[in-house]
Design a protein around this ligand. Sequence first.
Ligand SMILES: [Zn+2]
Length: 335
Amino acid sequence: MVQRFVHSRVANEAVADDIVQETLVRMLVAVERVEPGILEPYAIVTARNLVASMWREQERHRRNQHRIVDLRGPDSPDESLLEQEDRGAVAEALGRLSERDRRTLVAHEVSGQDTQSLAEELGVTAGAVAAQLNRSRARLRVEYLLALEPGGSVTDRCRPVLFAMSSGDRRRQREVDAARHLLECALCEKLSQPLLARGQRSDDQVRIRIHADADIVLARQSAREVAARLEFPRTDLTVIATAVSEIARNIVRFTEGGEVVVELLEEPRRGVRIVARDTGPGIPDVEAALVDGYSTYHGLGLGLPGARRLMDEFAVVSEVGRGTTVTMTKWRQEG
Ligand SMILES: [Zn+2]
């Protein structure tokens, strides 16, 4: 369906394939957070969005996405403008929370007060505080994105829909008929992208479970996105993405499953670290497996030496019968 839709609108085969793949990746990220009835309209609005705005607009969204959690200092005059816009949006979004939600969120996120002591203060359970914090964060994300869209025409239906999307609450999405609203409202169509594409992303770390081929694409994509935050050169982004897909492919082909964790490093050096773990059969002779042409482990040797060449640091720890952990790092060349 997505393929037909995109290819009927984009002449360039390669670009069309990119858009189809990007759409599918987003569907995969969103699939656990939306009710099944939304998937089809969401696929169509996603593809339509990508076709309409191609990459420029997407870059901006990606930026907004990480600006929600990333408030590091500005690097350039351009950054500084964005930073100002960002602070304003955060302030405006905070102002839209209830007094109680705002105070709790700030006490927790800014002052570092833990949920237990907040619970005692508020006379509720720690679980209730955690739930309140989650709701407040979901609301803050919505208000933040709305504040960055000053021209957008917000109707009474937009906030309930966006909030249900932001909190990943499927029942609520059904109740407010989010599927239908997404197709009718240009603003929500646009904002649903950064809200849902967040996936399991936390601040500076992304964890992707690896079970099927589709997970390889997701791991590859996530590694590229995380590395892009450090403004790695384009060629390095491709190198990192390729190394990650080699490692993830091994997990899919030779083990029951595993995970890939992509992590940003800031101190003392900037870089990206990827840790891939599986619970597979393990590698009897790691030294041999790192030599080109080694293939007794069903061709694993083709992927490992390749990934090692692409990265700056590379380590394999493996135990036969228990599994393998590959840790690899790419450093950002400074200056
Ligand atoms: Zn709307």
